[in-house]
Design a protein around this ligand. Structure first.
Ligand SMILES: NC(=O)c1ccc[n+]([C@@H]2O[C@H](COP(=O)([O-])OP(=O)(O)OC[C@H]3O[C@@H](n4cnc5c(N)ncnc54)[C@H](OP(=O)(O)O)[C@@H]3O)[C@@H](O)[C@H]2O)c1
Length: 314
């Protein structure tokens, strides 16, 4: 196996925290560029990994870290922007990708792996539209590209089961927009395996891989499954679309945007693969049931311990 030098943008997030140690364990040397390295000390201690501060929107900030690298990996993505104009999505997805492509050319890096999402370029949400625009930039870049389009990703610390676990603990009734939207949850370890396989396999150049797990679940099924694993009896209330849309419009103005009208628009499309990228890469699919029950039970134990500590301290 050829040991590579890699620059990863967005490597401090949920996917990066799984992908970066995996690539490092395979012998690659990795620079993770972060807007604030002090917040991500857990990655500092991984052998073969360095976390550096940098501005991913300035090619001058990227070029020095790209010089001598074999490939760049772009994991940056946002689910919500500050305003509602789409400019935040354009900046994080399109402008940042354009900047990385410019910097790769300048530094002489030929290979780029771009994280995207299922349904990129489809529908009415700024999220999916700008994902599609970023993909087009990568395809037209003249670089040796590979694009990944996962459905929702699950695993330790995800934004799906863990997020619903938090909400289910707080509220006895959970009103759910687009409860019947279909997903194909894919394990973060399988997503990381897909990136690792593509790096080592020249036939992955010029390919787009859709990544989905072995089962299709509706949003309501995902929430009910989470409640069951936590041993909670909760009422899941599917909302008709007109209320779901209204919920998005209201949450647009809630700080931190737990939900938004743009999320609602993305949810209008099922997040299910049309081609089996994991199979093409020779990666077996991990079912939700092989991973999440133990993780969610761990979460329960953790919160019991926290309650016990608070009780002892009070
Ligand atoms: N998680 C999923 O279910 C899922 C599904 C489909 C596609 N994806 C895509 O996969 C990628 C990784 O997902 P993730 O869940 O790991 O994301 P994440 O946890 O939100 O992490 C993304 C990283 O990107 C950087 N970042 C965030 N906002 C940014 C901004 N406005 N400008 C520049 N950098 C920014 C942050 O790094 P620093 O703060 O260190 O700079 C952050 O750690 C994203 O592109 C996401 O859209 C994820």
């Amino acid at each position: 196996m050829h040991r590579m030098q890699l620059l990863v943008l967005g490597g401090t997030g949920f996917v990066g925290r799984h992908l970066v140690p995996r690539l490092a364990a395979a012998g690659h040397r990795i620079t993770v560029l972060s807007r604030n390295r002090d917040r991500h000390r857990e990655l500092w201690i991984v052998p073969g990994v360095r976390v550096v501060n940098g501005d991913p929107y300035q090619s001058a900030s990227l070029v020095p870290w790209l010089k001598g690298a074999d490939a760049a990996i772009n994991l940056v993505g946002i689910l919500n922007e500050r305003g509602r104009s789409g400019q935040g999505f354009k900046r994080a997805h399109v402008d940042l990708t354009a900047c990385l492509i410019r910097a790769c050319r300048e530094a002489g890096v030929r290979r780029i792996l771009q994280m995207s999402a299922l349904n990129a370029g489809r529908g009415q949400s700024h999220y999916l539209k700008t994902r599609g625009e970023a993909e087009n930039l990568v395809r037209d870049s003249g670089l040796a590209w590979t694009i990944f389009r996962p459905s929702v990703i699950f695993g330790r610390g995800d934004g799906l089961f863990y997020r619903f676990a938090k909400l289910l603990r707080l509220f006895p009734v959970l009103p759910l927009a687009r409860a019947h939207a279909r997903f194909q949850p894919v394990f973060v370890g399988d997503v990381a395996a897909a990136f690792a396989a593509a790096l080592e396999n020249p036939s992955a150049i010029g390919q787009t891989y859709e990544l989905g797990g072995p089962e299709i679940m509706t949003l309501a099924e995902i929430v009910r499954y989470t409640a069951r694993q936590l041993g909670l009896r909760r009422l899941i209330l599917p909302l008709p679309d007109w209320i779901g849309r209204l919920q998005g419009l209201i949450f647009d103005f809630v700080p931190g945007k737990p939900f938004s009208s743009d999320n609602f628009k993305s949810l209008l499309l099922d997040s299910v693969v049309e081609e089996d990228g994991l199979a093409r890469l020779g990666i077996p699919k991990t079912p939700v049931g092989a991973v999440m029950p133990a993780l969610l039970k761990g979460l329960c134990r953790q919160s019991e311990l926290d309650r016990f500590r608070r009780y002892r301290l009070s």
